[in-house]
Structure formats: C-alpha cells, structure tokens
Design a protein. Structure first.
Length: 198
C-alpha cells in the first residue's frame, strides 16, 4: 500500500517540498509498513489539458511530454492515498497544480481509477492567512470529481487540510502550527485509507 505526495511548486526543494516531506514522514513514523513517494513537478515539462478526448480511449494523451508516468503511477492499484501540496499564488493553486489536476482526467475517464482513494491537501502561503483554505478547497473540488474520499487534517484542529506559513520570520521549519497540520493531515490520510483498503 502506498501514499503519494505531489509537490506542485515550480521551485524545487523549497517550502512546499519541506511541508509535504514532513507530512509523509508522519505517515512513516505512525505506519512504518506504509510505502510513501514524494513527486516534485518542478523539473517536469507538461502543459494543461487540451480537451482532445484522446484519453477516453485509454490511459494515454495526445501530448508527448513528461506527464505520462504520473498517470501510470497514480493508476497503480497499490496507491491508496494522494496528498497534493501547492503554494498559494494570487489566492489559489499554482499553474503547475492546476495542470496536474486537469491532466489526471484519464484516470476518471477510464473507470474512475482514483475512486475511494483518500485525498488530502496542503497549501503553503506567504502569510499566515494568505488564502490557504480557499486553495485547499479548490484542489479538493478536483478530488471530489475523481470520486475520491477527502479528509481534513483531523483532530484537534480538523480544518480543511495542512495550512503552512512560508513567511515565518525564522523560516518555515519554525511554523509549529502549520507543520503540525501538515503532519496530522498525513496521518489522517493514512488512517482513513487503511480503514477503506484493508
């Protein structure tokens, strides 16, 4: 069983990666037997969906770019959870995140392959209240259309997901509250996924 985390930042190895890594580490600490993988989109070259309809004929796309292995990886039946992490750009997700979500449409058109997979979202904003909740809800909307089961960061805060502040004066590593929500999100995704898939 595997949980995949996707970092949708155009900046490799920065605060979104760090928050997602903390999230997946919490999964491994709680369930050592769980496989996790962290994929970064920063170095990949791919565009948005062209609505050409090619993917209605199988897990394929008319665009020859770096996205093919992502669809194949998410279609793996061992995947039971997906955590999407994105910076907040102008009050919503990055263009990389939107393109990622749109290009996952073959998974829907070929038998709802993300059905009952558990989804969680982390949003990283430059200020404490910088649009993280709205961004999380926008990503969750795409997950619902895939017929996924979405979760919050769980108790004790149980809001929309992981809400991280990249602008902490001492660095994101000192955002104790935000990183706790990210870590709790990982544990909640794993907890619910195991209940659904064991």
């Amino acid at each position: 069983m595997k949980i995949i985390g996707v970092s949708c930042s155009p900046r490799k190895g920065k605060t979104t990666f760090y928050a997602l890594d903390q999230c997946l580490q919490a999964v491994k600490e709680t369930w050592p037997e769980m496989d996790t993988a962290l994929w970064e989109l920063a170095d990949l070259k791919f565009g948005g969906c062209l609505a050409c309809g090619q993917c209605a004929k199988g897990l394929k796309c008319s665009q020859e770019d770096d996205f093919g292995p992502i669809v194949t990886g998410l279609a793996d039946p061992d995947v039971i959870g997906l955590i999407v992490a994105t910076p907040v750009y102008l009050g919503t997700m990055t263009s990389q995140c939107k393109a990622f979500l749109d290009r996952c449409v073959p998974l829907r058109r070929n038998g709802f392959l993300l059905h009952n997979k558990v989804g969680g979202v982390i949003a990283v904003g430059g200020v404490r209240n910088g649009g993280q909740d709205l961004t999380i809800q926008a990503v969750q909307a795409s997950m619902l259309v895939q017929d996924m089961v979405i979760v919050s960061d769980g108790r004790p805060t149980a809001h929309f997901g992981g809400t991280v502040w990249s602008g902490h004066p001492e660095g994101v590593g000192h955002d104790a509250f935000g990183l706790t929500t990210a870590r709790n999100l990982g544990k909640r995704v794993a907890e619910v996924a195991l209940k659904l898939h064991l």
